[in-house]
Design a protein around this ligand. Structure first.
Ligand SMILES: Nc1ncnc2c1ncn2[C@@H]1O[C@H](COP(=O)(O)OP(=O)(O)O)[C@@H](O)[C@H]1O
Ligand SMILES: O=P(O)(O)OC[C@H]1O[C@](O)(COP(=O)(O)O)[C@@H](O)[C@@H]1O
Ligand SMILES: [Mg+2]
Length: 341
C-alpha cells in the first residue's frame, strides 16, 4: 500500500516529527510506501510530489517548518475538485492520504472523504483551537517562544519605566496569550473571548505602575475592545477569504499611553512564534500522532483524526473534530485575571 502525506495551512513546529513518525512506523512495521505531496493541497492538484523514504526523514524531527512545504490552497478551487484529486492519487498509485493540518485542512479533508477519498487526519495548529484534542503540537513551542520574548520585553521595559505591549497570534482564540501571559507574569492579558474596555485596561496598567512595576500587556491578535464589533484586520484576506488578523497591539499602545501618561511600546511577535526548533514536548506529541495515524491507515479507518486525550492518543471522526472552536473557558480567564494589575 502507498500512502501520500501532505502538510497544509500555517506551518507549525513539529510537522516534520509527524512525517518522520508516520514514515518510520509505516515502513518498518507495516511495509508501507510513502510519497509526499508538496505545499499542501496544491501538490495534490498540480501532481507535485517528492519521495518520502528513510533518507528524506532522517534527523528531521528537530527541524522547524515542514520538508513538504505548505500552502492555504483550497483543493476545491479552480483546477481541483474530487475528480482531479482522485486522478492524481491514482496516477501516483496512492491508496490513502495522511493530511496534516488545522480545522481548515480537516474541513477540506472531510469533504474529500465524504466523496470517497481515503484520508486520515493529524491535527496541527499553534493556536490550539481544535476542540477534539487536548493539545496540538506546535502550541507548546509557540508559548515558549512568546514567553521568552516577553521576559526580554520586561527587562527593557523595566529599564525605561515603560509599558510594554506584546501582541501574539491565535486567530479567534486566546490560548497562546493566556499561557504565555501567565508564564511571563503579565499585568493584563487580552483575549478574543473577553471583550474589555479601555477603562479596565488603564486600571490594570496604572495599578502595576503604582507598585513600581513596568506594565506588560499581552494581547491576542483577535482581541476586541468593547467598542469593536470585529477583530482588527488591516492586511486584507487570506487564500480562503478570511480577514488576516494582526495590528491590534499597534492600535492599543498609543491609547494606553494617552490614557495613563506612561510611555508605551508595542511588539508584534508574528511569525517568530511559528519558526524554529520544536520543544521536546511538541516533538514527542507530534511523533506519537504520526505513528498513531498509521494505525488508522492500517485499520482502514478513513475520515478519522488522531487526537490527544489526557496522555493517550485516540481516534475521532472528522465530524467530531470539526465541531466548535476550542476557546478559552471563562473560568480559565477569570483565574488568570486574579494576577492582573
Ligand atoms: N470549510 C472549508 N472547506 C473546504 N476547504 C477549506 C475549508 N476551510 C479551509 N479550507 C482549505 O484548507 C486550507 C487550510 O486552512 P487554514 O484554516 O488556513 O489552515 P489550517 O488547516 O491550519 O486551519 C484553506 O486555505 C482552504 O483552502
Ligand atoms: O501565515 P499567515 O497567513 O500570516 O497566517 C497567520 C495565522 O496563522 C496562524 O499562525 C495559525 O493558524 P492556522 O493554524 O489556522 O494556520 C494564526 O495564529 C494566524 O492568525
Ligand atoms: Mg486554521
Amino acid at each position: 500500500m502507498t500512502i501520500g502525506i501532505l502538510t497544509s495551512g500555517g506551518d507549525c513546529p513539529g510537522l516534520n516529527a509527524v512525517i518522520r513518525g508516520a514514515v518510520r512506523k509505516g515502513t518498518e512495521i507495516h511495509g508501507l510506501d510513502f510519497v509526499g505531496f508538496k505545499d499542501g493541497w496544491r501538490g495534490l492538484i498540480d501532481d507535485d510530489t517528492m519521495p518520502l523514504t528513510r533518507n528524506e526523514i532522517q534527523g528531521i524531527s528537530k527541524q522547524g517548518g515542514t520538508i513538504l512545504g505548505t500552502s492555504r490552497t483550497n483543493p476545491f478551487s479552480e483546477g481541483g475538485g474530487v475528480e482531479r484529486v482522485q486522478e492524481v492519487l491514482e496516477r501516483n498509485g496512492v491508496d490513502a492520504l495522511i493530511a496534516i493540518g488545522g480545522e481548515g485542512t480537516l474541513a477540506a479533508a472531510k469533504r474529500l472523504t465524504d466523496a470517497g477519498v481515503n484520508i486520515v487526519g493529524v491535527p496541527k495548529t499553534v493556536d490550539n483551537d481544535l476542540s477534539a484534542t487536548d493539545y496540538t503540537f506546535g502550541f507548546d513551542t509557540a508559548v515558549q517562544i512568546a514567553t521568552d520574548s516577553m521576559d526580554r520585553l520586561r527587562t527593557t521595559g523595566d529599564s525605561h519605566h515603560r509599558c510594554m505591549v506584546a501582541e501574539v497570534m491565535g486567530r479567534h482564540v486566546g490560548w497562546i496569550a493566556l499561557h504565555s501571559g501567565m508564564a511571563a507574569g503579565a499585568h493584563a492579558i487580552l483575549i478574543p473571548e473577553r471583550k474589555t474596555s479601555m477603562a479596565q485596561i488603564t486600571e490594570w496598567v496604572r495599578s502595576a505602575n503604582e507598585r513600581g512595576r513596568s506594565p506588560l500587556v499581552v494581547v491576542a491578535e483577535g482581541f476586541k475592545l468593547d467598542t469593536m464589533d470585529d477583530a482588527h484586520s488591516e492586511r486584507g484576506l487570506d487564500a480562503f477569504g478570511r480577514p488576516r488578523l494582526g495590528g491590534i497591539g499597534d492600535l492599543l499602545a498609543p491609547l494606553i499611553e494617552e490614557a495613563t501618561g506612561i510611555e508605551t511600546r508595542n511588539t508584534t511577535l508574528g511569525h517568530i512564534q511559528r519558526g524554529g526548533t520544536p520543544t521536546s514536548y511538541d516533538r514527542v506529541l507530534a511523533t506519537r500522532l504520526g505513528m498513531s495515524a498509521i494505525d488508522s491507515v492500517v485499520a482502514k479507518r478513513w475520515g478519522r483524526m488522531v487526537a490527544l486525550r489526557g496522555t493517550d492518543i485516540v481516534h475521532v471522526s472528522f465530524e467530531d473534530a470539526l465541531g466548535e472552536l476550542k476557546t478559552v473557558p471563562a473560568e480559565r480567564y477569570d483565574e488568570a485575571a486574579i494576577l492582573f494589575g
